[in-house]
Structures are given as structure tokens and as C-alpha cells.
Design a protein around this ligand. Structure first.
Ligand code: SAH
Ligand code: SF4
Length: 346
């Protein structure tokens, strides 16, 4: 079995090279090609001899994504990629052009186990975990294609990042490494559906990233209907973990709340949410839900969303309504892959 070289940190790669009898500067060169120049093959490493390239190809593989489809929004420069992986799986990622730089939304799994009622990512179930190198390659491939540098990352694509904990932690280590892309933790957000024990594990890592929590409901009755994870860790347990996380890190947690007509968007829901989040250092993001044909929910009306926001603000919270980017290219995660799988079956 060839080893996944781009998932190794510099120490591991150096140890491998040492064992092969290669001088230390070779590890420095190769790591630089992989993580700073972001190449997808050993052949592109121009300061390395043909012999060594052959040796590297014998021992290692560079996992990388291939662009299958690229959609560019006419409205706001949002770019959406459908990538394929060497084993034939598909995944998607989105690059958004904000005033302060380019932000990429990456996937952490192929499919998802969590089964949220409104989400396209879980359609077809869970396929497999992504390796650290496969999460990185989504960024490297987009940067190469667009000829620009990504400055912010959100782990909000397909999959539940805390259900792929070790690989995601290694990804964070590599992407923030100064020998690599060197994207600071303060420019990274991780979104979770609420796997409470892993939130505590994350807290122990003491990272300066932003934690986003997909809450989507103010109480167990509604949340358990739309998010099965709530049956394992309910709203109280989740909010307790969030409060501890916020207190210990002094970082503001971001709560995601997808607004679905008649499901979670009444004034009563807003009042209950306002009460429950009292004392939690947080920011609330209201997201007009994306309608997914198989899922059947409808987006709340603009009027109801604005009313919801006002009630939360009156109870002292900071709230934003998320702009929908790339609305003409189906830019919400999971939708492009869903279409591709359907096409392949037809
Ligand atoms: N699994 C993680 C991260 C990926 S999902 C999580 O659930 O947090 C990224 C965000 O998109 C989450 O807040 C998720 O709840 C939200 N989302 C999923 N489907 C959506 C839809 N149809 N409309 C609006 N938001 C959606
Ligand atoms: Fe998975 Fe997140 Fe989608 Fe839920 S919302 S199914 S956790 S990707």
C-alpha cells in the first residue's frame, strides 16, 4: 500500500525520508511543493531528480481532486466545484468572493451519517471519511484553478466534521502550518450538528477557530424531528457544552438557524430561542433554508425572517440574516453531488 504523503505532517514526512536514506533537505523541498506550491504530482517538483521522483511514486501517493464541473455565479462570482476522487466518489466545494478575501467551504466526508431532515448531503447515506489530504486538496485545486489565494475556510460542506475528528484535526494542523498555506485558526470556522462529546474534545485542543453550531430549533420537540442527533444529545446538553466552550475560549459561538416555513419560524420559537441563549457568548445566523426537492420543506418568508430577527435582537442577541450566495448555481452544499449521482444513474 502506498502511503498518503500529503496527510503527513512535516515530522512524519521527515521520518519517512530518513528511513529511506534521503537527506533532510529533501523532506523540506517535498513538503514545500505539496503544501505551499500545492502541486498534485511528483513530476511537477522541478528541483527533484527523475530517479527520486520514481522512488517517491513507488512509495507514496498524492491524493487530489479532479474538477468534474465548475459553475460560476453571474451575480456574485461565487464558484462551485464538483470534484471527483480517484475511487469515483464525488464531493463539492464552494469559493465565495467577499470584500475581505476569498473564503472556501470544504467537505469533510463523502455523504453524512447524521440524517438531518432538511439537508441534501445525507441523501444516499454515508460513504466514507475524507483523508486530511483530500480536505486540503479541495483548497489546493481551487487555488490552482482560480489563480488566487484563499484566505478563509469554513468546514460547512458535505459531512459532519466532528464525526471525522482525527482527520479534521490533522487537516487543521496542516492548513495552518507556516510551512504550508499558513491560514490562521482565526480565519477558520468549523460547523457541527452537535456531537457534544466531540465539542469537549475540541475544547481540549485549545484552537482559536470559530465554532459554529447548527441549532435550527429552540427546543427538543422540534429539533428531534429535524435533527436525529438531538436524540443523543439534547438542546440543554448542547447549550451547556457551548456555554463552557465560550467561557473557556472567550470565543463567540455562531449558531446557525435555517428558517423553514411552519417548522421553526414562529414568533414563539424566536422568543424561546432568545431565552435559551441568554448568557451564551454568541452570534445568531439566520439562514433562509435552501429548498431541496426530496426533502419537502419550504423557505420561510422574508417577512417572517425579519420578524424573527427583531424578536431575538430585542432579547439582546446579535443576529444576521445570511446572504444567499450563488443562488443561480445551486451553491448550497450537497445539491450538485446529488444531481451528479442522479445523472450517473440515468
Ligand atoms: N455537518 C455540519 C457542517 C455541514 S452543513 C453541520 O451540520 O453543521 C453546513 C450548514 O448548512 C449547517 O448549518 C447545516 O445545518 C446547513 N444546512 C444544511 N442543509 C441546509 C438547507 N437545506 N438549507 C439551509 N441550511 C442548510
Ligand atoms: Fe450532515 Fe450537517 Fe447535513 Fe446534518 S446538516 S446531514 S450534520 S451535513
Amino acid at each position: 500500500m502506498k502511503k498518503d504523503i500529503a496527510s503527513m505532517n512535516f515530522e512524519e514526512l521527515s521520518a519517512e525520508f530518513k528511513e529511506m536514506g534521503l537527506p533532510k533537505f529533501r523532506a523540506t523541498q517535498v513538503y514545500d511543493w505539496l503544501h505551499k506550491k500545492c502541486v498534485a504530482s511528483f513530476e511537477e517538483m522541478t528541483n527533484i531528480s527523475k530517479d527520486l521522483i520514481a522512488k517517491l511514486n513507488d512509495n507514496f501517493v498524492i491524493f487530489s481532486c479532479t474538477i468534474e464541473k465548475k459553475l460560476v455565479s453571474r451575480y456574485d462570482n461565487t464558484v462551485k466545484y464538483l470534484y471527483s476522487l480517484p475511487d469515483g466518489e464525488y464531493l463539492e466545494c464552494v469559493v465565495m468572493d467577499y470584500k475581505y478575501g476569498h473564503t472556501i467551504c470544504v467537505s469533510t466526508q463523502v455523504g453524512c451519517k447524521m440524517g438531518c431532515a432538511f439537508c441534501a448531503s445525507g441523501i444516499g447515506g454515508f460513504k466514507r471519511q475524507l483523508a486530511p489530504s483530500e480536505i486540503l486538496s479541495q483548497i489546493y485545486t481551487a487555488q490552482r484553478d482560480l489563480g488566487l489565494r484563499i484566505s478563509r475556510i469554513v468546514l460547512m460542506g458535505m459531512g459532519e466534521p466532528l464525526d471525522n475528528f482525527d482527520n479534521v484535526m490533522r487537516f487543521l494542523e496542516l492548513v495552518s502550518d507556516e510551512k504550508g498555506l499558513n491560514i490562521g485558526m482565526r480565519h477558520i470556522s468549523l460547523s457541527t450538528s452537535g456531537i457534544v462529546p466531540r465539542i469537549y474534545d475540541l475544547l481540549e485542543r485549545n484552537l482559536q477557530l470559530t465554532l459554529s453550531v447548527s441549532l435550527h430549533a429552540p427546543n427538543d420537540e422540534i429539533r428531534s424531528k429535524i435533527m436525529p442527533v438531538n436524540k443523543s444529545w439534547n438542546v440543554d446538553e448542547l447549550l451547556k457544552a457551548c456555554k463552557i466552550y465560550g467561557d473557556k475560549t472567550s470565543r463567540r459561538i455562531s449558531f446557525e438557524y435555517a428558517m423553514m416555513k411552519g417548522v421553526n419560524d414562529t414568533p414563539e420559537c424566536a422568543r424561546e430561542l432568545g431565552r435559551k441563549l441568554k448568557g451564551v457568548l454568541c452570534h445568531i445566523n439566520l439562514i433562509p433554508a435552501n429548498e431541496v426537492p426530496e426533502k419537502g420543506h419550504e423557505r420561510s418568508s422574508d417577512n417572517d425572517i425579519v420578524k424573527f430577527k427583531e424578536i431575538l435582537e430585542k432579547s439582546g442577541h446579535t443576529v444576521t440574516i445570511r446572504r444567499t450566495l450563488g443562488s443561480d448555481i445551486n451553491a448550497s452544499c450537497g445539491q450538485l453531488r446529488r444531481e451528479k449521482i442522479k445523472e450517473d444513474l440515468e
